[in-house]
Design a protein around this ligand. Structure first.
Ligand code: DP6
Length: 324
């Protein structure tokens, strides 16, 4: 009744922002991501009849109430599928190198979905693990697979929606240079911020409509290994996502001075012929996507940018790995 799983974070090049079904946590827009190494979460799950309630320890500390509730909701689904009553002990460790502020729910819920399934004695396909991770956090659905992964928009009520693999990790040797631009907790989490965008941003509808074409174009550029097609579309996706959030009420602004400086630096490098483009998630850090041969130059340029306190480099990694 015990299993351990390892899963990796992912970075969306076509962003998910907004839901079509809150109860089932279905995304309103299609997204496409790269699974990242070595941004790893390791999670072990033990179902134990002696426990009175689920216990969740994250990075050595008892988890906060909100996180624990999401973990229990996922475990409840696994218990229902396996016909099990026992509560579980969940121990999760984020092995994220250096800088704080990057730990993501994606690797965490992907690892939890896989470990809980195995610990409960279920033998489920990756699609089932992905759909369950999606209900906990939609970006986590993508971390079940390695390489390039897509998550299509959800039709309300379609509880089976899972991510799908687009290409394996060795399809294209891209690198991701993360420019750390701030420390501490971000002002508002992605779940609350995307809900605000939907209820109050005048650009939300246009965002959802625009993603219908943009995400497949980004997927195709990745399949074709076409950086010139990829770069402007990746930047359009994150700029549009942030524009929607900024135009909400209250407006959500994740950018710090260092974020803007890093974006300009990346765009200057691209104008100079370097194959690099920028993206940002619901936080202040900037992620530069670049061709392998450009990684040293991009890292040096970002490390020397004002407001950037640290950099780290990720490669494209594999999907979830389970041990009994
Ligand atoms: C900006 O997956 O954290 O990183 O489904 O509400 O848990 P929930 O949201 P979450 O949102 C991620 C948003 C993003 C873009 C992306 O990863 O596609």
């Amino acid at each position: 009744m015990k299993a351990k799983a390892v899963a990796r974070a992912n970075i969306a090049l076509a962003k998910y922002w907004g839901k079509s079904d809150d109860a089932l946590n279905l995304p309103a827009v299609p997204s496409v991501s790269l699974t990242l190494d070595p941004l790893i979460t390791e999670t072990s799950v033990t179902f134990d009849e002696a426990l009175q309630s689920d216990a969740f320890v994250l990075d050595g500390e008892p988890a906060r109430a909100g996180e624990a509730a999401r973990v229990t909701a996922l475990l409840d689904e696994v218990r229902a599928a396996a016909g099990l009553d026992a509560r579980a002990r969940v121990v999760s460790v984020n092995r994220f190198p250096t800088a704080a502020g990057l730990a993501s729910s994606a690797s965490g819920f992907a690892a939890l979905s896989a470990a809980a399934s195995k610990a409960a004695g279920l033998d489920e396909p990756l699609e089932a693990l992905s759909a369950r991770a999606r209900r906990a956090s939609a970006s986590a659905a993508r971390s079940i697979w390695g390489g390039i992964v897509a998550l299509d928009a959800g039709v309300p009520g379609d509880d089976a929606l899972s991510a799908r693999p687009v290409a394996p990790a060795d399809h294209w040797d891209l690198r991701v240079v993360v420019a750390i631009t701030a420390t501490g907790r971000k002002p508002i989490g992605s779940r609350a911020a995307m809900a605000e965008s939907r209820s109050s941003s005048p650009y939300y509808r246009a965002w959802v409509e625009s993603c219908e074409a943009l995400a497949p174009e980004i997927e195709q550029a990745l399949r074709d290994r076409d950086f010139d097609a990829l770069a402007p579309r990746v930047e359009q996706s994150f700029f549009a996502m942030h524009a929607v959030a900024m135009a909400g009420r209250p407006s959500v602004l994740y950018w710090q001075a260092g974020s803007v400086a890093a974006i300009h630096r990346i765009r200057q490098l691209r104008a100079d012929g370097v194959r690099v483009c920028a993206t940002m998630d619901a936080g202040p850090h900037v992620k530069a996507i670049c061709a392998a041969e450009a990684v040293d130059q991009v890292r040096e340029a970002l490390a020397a940018t004002e407001g950037v306190s640290d950099t780290l480099v990720a490669t494209i990694g594999p999907g979830v790995e389970v041990e009994a």
